[in-house]
Design a protein around this ligand. Sequence first.
Ligand SMILES: [Cu+2]
Length: 143
Amino acid sequence: MRRLLPLLLALALTHLAHAADSVSVKDAWVRLPPPGAKIVGAYLTLEAKQPTTLTGAKSPAAGSVEMHTMSMNKGVMQMRQIPSIALEPGKPVKLEPGGLHLMLVELKKPLKAGDIVQIDLHLSPRKGKPETLRVPAVVRAPD
Ligand SMILES: [Cu+2]
């Protein structure tokens, strides 16, 4: 139980919704990277309270964070970097494996299951000031 408790706390933490004025976020997680990997996908669900643009992200755990889409091109899955993601109220946007996702690039140290990675989302609401939402994402293997 001693060993399990931090993990349970981490899971409870990441299932909570984290909210800024413009957007709330839930179910944030980072794929457990293979040993030595310097780049890894991160996933979460965004729910806008007003029309908002996700203009970028950063993390203290990585050199940079990119926004990617995945699509099939001549039978090959390809990732493409995109500059922003538009969010509308009532239309939650799920960043998930095989689709839209965040990519942590140049990981600063190895990640293990149960670690919490902070991801800062840069949000630009149509009305109001740009804001940054810090989201804790738990490191785990995909379901
Ligand atoms: Cu990617």
